[in-house]
Design a binder for this molecule. Sequence first.
Ligand SMILES: Cc1cc2nc3c(=O)[nH]c(=O)nc-3n(C[C@H](O)[C@H](O)[C@H](O)COP(=O)(O)O)c2cc1C
Length: 170
Amino acid sequence: MRILIAFASLSGNTRDLARQVRARCEAAGHEVSWIEAGIHALADAGDPRHDLYLLGSWSDNGGRTPAEMKALIAELVAAVGRPSRLAVFGTGETQWGAEYYCGAVRRIAAFFGTAHPRLEIEQMPHGERDALEIQRWTDHVLAQAQPQAPPAPGMPSETATHADPARFVA
Ligand SMILES: Cc1cc2nc3c(=O)[nH]c(=O)nc-3n(C[C@H](O)[C@H](O)[C@H](O)COP(=O)(O)O)c2cc1C
């Protein structure tokens, strides 16, 4: 798949998280367009249409979406609308209160109405636990977003898809 990773990072935590997500996507053989809000414009990705969109953000005061991410989202919506194959990740700090922790991640996910799970990491990703969580989330989203293989010749379509799609729900 052709995947857009577009994110905002003030002090590097979300950039580090985005790098780990990117590495997992590329290890699985996908092509990644890399857009950092405030540094790149969406046009730097070439054709804005992608098979999957992974949006990442830090959270600003009161769990708000930072201005540079809002601007990037506006560009994206103008170019491709609100794609369904879109998942959101980000970093925050629980010291801002449970109500506001990773608020931007929740706001962006709600804005796009994504069915994919969110990935929320406290500050800079570190340790085996964070690494595993990032890998599992990325693998899960990639599996959900993978275009369905057409049924094999002569096979009824209902036997070609899994009988229990809920098994992929985290
Ligand atoms: C002015 C300011 C306000 C913040 N407000 C929140 C907040 O409401 N919720 C939250 O989870 N984190 C909040 N944070 C913490 C950052 O989102 C967190 O440190 C994040 O990991 C920074 O990511 P970055 O290194 O990619 O910029 C705030 C940080 C700053 C500087």
